[in-house]
Design a protein around this ligand. Structure first.
Ligand code: ADP
Ligand code: ADP
Length: 228
């Protein structure tokens, strides 16, 4: 687990208007922050800067008090779940979830991998599907595999980019419950982008509102959505 500090972060693509414009935010160790705002306001860009997939134009990104601007993604120990949760089609559910552990060469033996994958998959109720391929899973099951892959290693933080947007309303409801449960159990620092007001209200400790790259407001869901 880790704190994440954004200090005056700016991202410019080319010489256009900044996609992320002077964003400062302190995210406490174990906190669940929801990021909302209209399309194109810079939410994905901000997540990608945190995880290391976009260069930072200016400002500082601190993880547990250490400046990580120049660290490669694999050295930041963060887990990201993308909107389209690309799974490896030729790998089983087990191997999809095990993938990040196998990437960390030599760090985990086969017994450890099996035990960690089993732990993640039982939390997400995937035990019965471990030998199946993604093509034979429902949308909700695929989404849970993507979650499993994110939580299988002990990352310092999770970054979610609209992870439920491709699911129907019923599955979204189930996954919301699972994400809440997972967060309570693991207590891992999380930044979660969503368009869904119910997710924003029920999952987060705080909601950050971004507009045209600028942070407009940071408040508890109650303060933001239940104003008189
Ligand atoms: P899009 O144009 O991409 O559909 P919207 O303008 O509908 O984006 O905003 C997406 C979500 O972000 C909304 O559901 C809303 O909950 C949230 N949001 C946007 N701006 C604000 C704001 N100023 N205060 C609170 N929530 C906001
Ligand atoms: P959101 O996730 O809130 O929809 P994005 O972070 O995807 O917003 O985009 C923020 C702004 O940056 C948009 O104006 C978008 O067009 C621009 N942008 C995003 N990615 C790139 C890119 N690779 N090159 C140029 N402009 C980009």
């Amino acid at each position: 687990m880790a704190s994440i500090e954004l200090k005056n972060l700016v991202k410019k693509y080319g010489d256009g208007f900044p996609a992320v414009n002077d964003v400062s935010l302190d995210i406490a160790d174990g906190e669940f922050v929801i990021l909302v705002g209209p399309s194109g306001c810079g939410k994905s860009t901000l997540l990608r800067m945190i995880v290391g997939l976009e260069d930072i134009t200016s400002g500082d990104l601190m993880i547990d008090g250490k400046r990580v601007n120049d660290l490669a993604p694999r050295d930041r120990n963060l887990s990201m779940v993308f909107q389209n949760y690309a799974l490896y089609p030729h790998l089983t559910v087990f191997e999809n979830i095990a993938f990040p552990l196998r990437l960390a060469k030599g760090q985990h033996n086969e017994d450890e991998i099996r035990s960690k994958v089993n732990q993640a998959s039982s939390m997400l109720e995937l035990n019965e599907h471990l030998e199946r391929k993604p093509a034979n899973l429902s949308g909700g099951q695929r989404q849970r595999v993507a979650m499993g892959r994110a939580i299988v290693r002990e990352a310092d933080a999770f970054l979610f980019d609209e992870p439920l947007s491709n699911l129907d309303a019923k599955l979204r409801g189930q996954m919301r419950t699972e994400i809440s449960r997972m967060q309570r159990r693991l207590g891992t620092t999380t930044v979660y982008v969503t368009h869904d007001q119910i997710e924003a209200m029920t999952l987060g400790d705080r909601v950050a509102v971004l507009k045209k790259g600028v942070l407009q407001q940071v408040a508890s869901p109650r303060e933001l959505y239940e104003q008189p």
